[in-house]
Design a protein around this ligand. Structure first.
Ligand SMILES: C[S@@+](CC[C@H](N)C(=O)[O-])C[C@H]1O[C@@H](n2cnc3c(N)ncnc32)[C@H](O)[C@@H]1O
Length: 265
């Protein structure tokens, strides 16, 4: 996936919402009951999909601070349904170069969706330490776990998956990315800081009718594989053509594994 266009985020938003782990979301809701006004920091908020999902569910008075470095995406978070009970602030801020200006004080919940597979171990350790200092709970949704399963299967699926997963671990601006290892590593880091942390699966399960999403993913993965192995184009082009044809004929299903994580101090 090259960059994060508003179109791509809009395409994935309903799929993300349907894929989130119900058990962890319920745990979050139960934890929330101890606060009157809940203060939430949403990292790499994009157009606000995470808040659009969580805020109506969490209910009551809420104060959200949305952080992203892309002002165009942040501007689209105006689509958030505002109620009299919610105060929403937007901050255009780079989570690498300006991370020390993030204010964790009085934050009850640090959250993010589709972020931590992009970041390095060092950056995650920094986040864990700051959350711990603020005694904040952490809810991280939809971190890619390395699993891609196409149905029907093709001979070269595994080769492409391996390259996509290598691409996932290249630098996405936060240092060498943890990619599929991010969620389990973050859980371990948090447990070392005496958090009670749980991981639960939240896979995308795309049916044959989800043509646009499957097509966008296929395009992004072929680009990623080409970047990793620029010489091997012949079989990759054939594989991609077969996959495109199956998707167009509505004969393609795709599972993409993710983790949700909830940690309480
Ligand atoms: C996959 S999108 C997820 C967006 C949103 N959380 C969602 O679930 O739709 C990743 C987000 O990370 C943001 N991002 C990437 N690098 C960043 C950085 N260095 N500082 C702040 N935001 C960043 C992008 O602008 C994008 O909005």
């Amino acid at each position: 996936m090259s960059g994060f266009s508003a179109e791509w985020l809009a395409l994935r938003e309903p799929v993300d919402a349907a894929s989130r782990n119900g058990e962890l979301t319920t745990q979050l809701l139960n934890w929330r009951q101890q606060f009157n006004t809940l203060s939430v920091l949403d990292l790499a908020s994009g157009t606000g999909a995470n808040a659009r999902f969580l805020a109506p569910m969490l209910g009551g008075e809420q104060h959200w601070r949305l952080i992203d470095h892309d002002p165009k995406l942040l501007a689209q978070s105006a689509r958030l349904p505002l109620t009299a009970c919610w105060r929403i602030e937007r901050h255009c801020l780079d989570l690498v170069s300006a991370k020390e200006s993030l204010d964790f004080q009085n934050i009850h919940l640090v959250t993010a969706s589709a972020l931590i597979d992009l970041v390095s171990a060092e950056w995650l350790e920094w986040l864990a330490q700051h959350c711990r200092k603020a005694q904040a709970a952490i809810f991280i949704a939809l971190s890619y776990d390395g699993v891609l399963v196409w149905d029907p299967a093709l001979k070269d699926d595994e080769r492409v998956r391996a390259w996509v997963n290598r691409h996932q671990q290249t630098n996405k601006g936060f240092g060498p990315a943890l990619g599929p290892l991010a969620a389990p590593e973050f859980k371990t880091m948090l447990e070392r800081l005496n958090y009670r942390a749980e991981l639960r699966p939240s896979p995308w399960q795309l049916g044959p009718e989800q043509i646009a999403m499957q097509t966008a993913l296929l395009k992004g993965w072929v680009e990623a594989a080409r970047e990793i192995a620029p010489g091997s184009t012949h079989w990759l082009n054939e594989w991609a053509a077969q996959r495109r044809s199956l998707i167009e004929q509505q004969d393609s299903r795709l599972t993409v594994g993710h983790w949700d994580l909830f940690a309480q101090p």
